[in-house]
Design a protein around this ligand. Structure first.
Ligand SMILES: Cc1cc2nc3c(=O)[nH]c(=O)nc-3n(C[C@H](O)[C@H](O)[C@H](O)COP(=O)(O)OP(=O)(O)OC[C@H]3O[C@@H](n4cnc5c(N)ncnc54)[C@H](O)[C@@H]3O)c2cc1C
Length: 409
């Protein structure tokens, strides 16, 4: 059996290693348009802030592909998939045949369609090449404007700040992450972000970028104000990277639809990671959510099924993690109860500033927000993922002095 995997990141590597484990004699080919070894995208902002050195970015050793017996096609963009001919066509003109194919092509950053995004010093941060461009082109003096107040935008803003830049962050809504954080948590986040010296502009989004000498110079805002900018970083979400599937009938606008075995509409083709549209673990409904652990989990299931294991993917449990010097936040599941028997428990510890918010539906935990003390986030996630009735727990989480670490001690 010959397995071909498009993508050498979280999902692609997890799948390849699972195939190797379950079907050691099978041939595995990995394709990436990036020319280098697999690396950690979550560490890119740490690289930008100088918190880690470049050699820490690599996920696997230099001899990884040889050691696992993988055929590697690096620096080779895929331009087309031919499901009937069971072949992947590369931009170089080469064709890679497969018996089973995994699409693990991830996502690309969104950039709004406004004038001026083609100016110099306008950046996104998704690929290692983006970081290299930032290092090469970032001007010595600011200000830097970060568009987007999500986890990645905030971490990037913090990185620019650590490098001494004046930093402005634009948030489209009245608070950061309005679908994820309630106003109390958002308020704590605001205080922590401004304590870093970052200026936040709410209800603000860019309508145009203006330039001078080919480089960005101002960001024109929706209210007509103009912010001076020596560099702009867009961090406004991602879109699945599925352009090369056009014509293959496999992808929709929100990604590649898959069944619970992560098989696409075609029997020999699977998909995993940021490019897919999986189902929500709690609701069973399609849920596009782009996080590293979910990409790994999906890669493992898809890889196992390519090797014939017949595994089922539990579904994605949305999760956000914000980690700045001044605050740590972890959220997961729903922000508000869904049904008529919903309940919210929230407790702000006035002494420590720690905040805990739980969302329940029908006596089960369906959402959690932890601010400050995030040490036991994994326990809350386990309760949610296993859909455990709260009445069966040895202690009730809906009390201010609840100690999750003692639950199963
Ligand atoms: C700056 C940053 C910080 C992040 N921080 C976190 C975090 O703290 N926690 C978290 O959970 N998640 C984080 N994420 C998200 C996380 O990185 C992604 O969810 C994860 O990388 C998805 O993995 P993936 O394998 O699906 O796709 P990707 O990592 O996007 O990899 C896709 C692969 O497919 C290849 N590919 C795509 N198209 C083609 C083509 N046409 N031809 C050939 N090869 C192709 C690419 O080269 C790449 O190898 C962060 C992302 C960024 C950018």
């Amino acid at each position: 059996m010959r397995h071909v995997i498009i993508g050498t990141s979280a999902a692609g590597l997890a799948a390849a290693e699972m195939v190797r484990r379950l079907a050691p004699g099978d041939a595995v080919a990995l394709i990436s348009d990036e020319p280098h070894l697999p690396y950690s995208r979550p560490l890119l902002t740490y690289l930008l802030g100088g918190e880690i050195t470049p050699e820490k970015i690599w996920l696997r050793p230099r001899d990884y592909f040889e050691r696992f017996g993988f055929e590697a096609h690096l620096g080779e963009p895929v331009v087309q998939v031919d499901p009937e001919g069971r072949a992947v066509h590369l931009a170089s003109g080469r064709t890679v045949p497969y018996d089973r194919l995994l699409v693990a092509s991830g996502a690309n950053p969104r950039v709004p369609e406004i004038p001026g995004t083609d100016l110099g010093c306008v950046f996104t941060l998704r690929h290692l090449a983006d970081w290299r461009r930032l290092e090469a082109e970032l001007p010595a003096g600011g200000p830097v404007v970060v568009v987007g107040m999500g986890a990645v935008g905030l971490k990037a803003a913090d990185a620019f700040r650590q490098r001494g830049y004046e930093v402005h962050v634009l948030a489209r809504g009245a608070q950061a992450l309005s679908k994820v954080l309630d106003p109390t948590a958002a308020g704590l986040l605001h205080d922590a972000v401004t304590a870093l010296g970052i200026r936040v502009h709410y209800h603000a989004w860019p309508t145009a970028l203006k330039g001078a000498n080919g480089r960005v110079a101002q960001v024109v805002l929706n209210d007509g104000r103009e912010l001076s900018a020596a560099a702009v970083l867009f961090s406004v979400g991602v879109e699945p990277r599925v352009d090369f599937l056009a014509g293959a009938g496999l992808a929709g606008p929100d990604g590649v639809p898959v069944d619970r075995t992560l098989r696409t509409g075609h029997p020999n083709i699977y998909a995993a990671g940021d490019c897919v549209l999986p189902h929500h673990l709690l609701t069973g409904k399609p849920a596009a959510f782009h996080i590293w652990p979910a990409a790994v989990a999906q890669g493992e299931v898809a890889g196992a099924n390519m090797a014939g294991a017949g595994r089922v993917y539990d579904g994605i449990l949305p999760m956000n993690s914000i980690s700045l010097k001044t605050i740590r936040i972890i959220t997961g599941g729903h922000q508000y109860p869904d049904g008529p028997h919903g309940e919210v428990f929230a407790h702000l510890d006035g002494r420590t500033g720690h905040y805990r918010r739980l969302v329940m539906d029908d006596g089960r935990l369906v959402g959690v927000t932890l601010v400050g003390d995030v040490a036991h986030a994994g326990i809350y996630f386990r309760i949610m993922a296993r859909k455990l009735p709260l009445r069966d727990l040895p202690a009730d989480p809906r009390t201010p002095d609840f100690q999750p670490g003692r639950l199963w001690a």
